[in-house]
Write a protein that binds this ligand. Structure first.
Ligand code: TRP
Length: 330
């Protein structure tokens, strides 16, 4: 039997190059050797968008189109709509007993997000506890591997802490610990050079951006502010164009040559931006084309089938969990 892998994304917008390099490439690679599940995490998206559910519901099909267009194959990967699997909610309730508020407060991802969202003291409990329901996501589908960006590492740790505690308290071994699968570049900087690529910060290149938008974003990229003239020596470190060339240009050697020229002086920003634009256009054109040819009806059918298959597995796991706790049926 193949080992199971699970990841997920919140359907709040289009996937971007940061997702591609951080997690999607791994998922494409791993789907043929593992039994892969991908969660369209609409319930989790509600934890910070409960007041705007339309933003989530409208993006479920769009997110799935992103998956299919980059080469996620529905014959190898089960794509699941999270909200349709009510066992996740049940498992979350059991797990909430095994976690302290202190642990949740210490979670670095939660800390950062609380600050970013400006919650201050009024933190919604659903949001605060989402690491617990993410542990339910992962363990309900008995995933051994989780291909994610490194911002998600605290979620994996929290999951494994819950697994250990569950197994210890209920004297069982029905739950298994999982491992993160990280890529080489697991955190892609945004075009502003300030923070990581993110749809909410509007500093990302979406996989479905049209050609002219890609070009415009490449030409907005932060480079070296002291490299005013092409003839000046320029800095490569912290220069977003070079970070993206490293991540997306197919020829490492020619990128190394460009870096040397840039450092020496004599290579203008326009030249390197044009080179990056060319390689991104080459990467994204076939993805865009595939996306444009996807029919919404077929996409919905894929979601329906994936979710139905996942529901079977969810039933099996929740039965084991109830038995381990000693919950009886009447
Ligand atoms: N927290 C993830 C994100 O914001 C999405 C997610 C939900 C997830 N459930 C998951 C990732 C389970 C991995 C495994 O991107």
């Amino acid at each position: 039997m193949k080992k199971k892998i699970l990841t997920g994304d919140r359907p709040t917008g289009r996937l971007h190059l940061g997702h591609y390099i951080g997690s999607l490439q791994n998922r494409i690679k791993l789907q043929s050797t593992y039994d892969q599940y991908i969660l369209v995490a609409d319930l989790q998206a509600l934890t910070d968008h409960f007041d705007n559910p339309a933003k989530i519901t409208q993006n479920i099909v769009e997110l799935t189109k992103d998956y299919l267009s980059i080469g996620i194959d529905p014959n190898q990967t089960t794509i699941v709509v999270q909200s349709q699997i009510s066992e996740i909610a049940e498992l979350t309730v059991y797990y909430l007993n095994l976690v302290t508020l202190r642990q949740l407060h210490r979670n670095p991802t939660i800390k950062y997000e609380i600050q970013q969202k400006g919650y201050n003291k009024a933190i919604p409990a659903g949001f605060f506890c989402y690491p617990v329901s993410q542990a339910a996501d992962i363990t309900l589908f008995q995933a051994e591997l989780v291909p994610v960006g490194d911002d998600q590492l605290p979620m994996i740790e929290q999951t494994n802490a819950i697994v250990r505690r569950f197994n210890k308290i209920y004297h069982t071994n029905v739950l298994k610990e999982c491992k993160a699968v990280l890529s080489k570049t697991s955190r892609l900087v945004g075009i502003d050079g300030k923070s990581k690529s993110s749809k909410s910060l509007d500093n990302a290149i979406a996989l479905s951006d049209p050609p002219e938008v890609i070009k415009q974003k490449v030409f907005q990229m932060y480079t070296d502010p002291n490299h005013a003239k092409a003839s000046n020596p320029g800095r490569v470190e912290g220069n977003v164009v070079f970070t993206y060339l490293d991540a997306f240009h197919s020829d490492e050697e020619s990128v190394a040559d460009l870096k040397a020229d840039y450092r020496r002086g004599g290579l203008g920003d326009v030249v390197i931006k044009n080179i990056l634009n060319d390689s991104l256009q080459l990467l994204l054109a076939p993805i865009r084309e595939k996306r444009n040819n996807l029919d919404a009806k077929i996409v919905k059918e894929i979601l329906h089938q994936g979710t139905a298959k996942a529901a079977q597995l969810a039933k099996v796991t929740i039965a084991m969990v109830r038995e381990a706790i000693g919950i009886q049926s009447f």
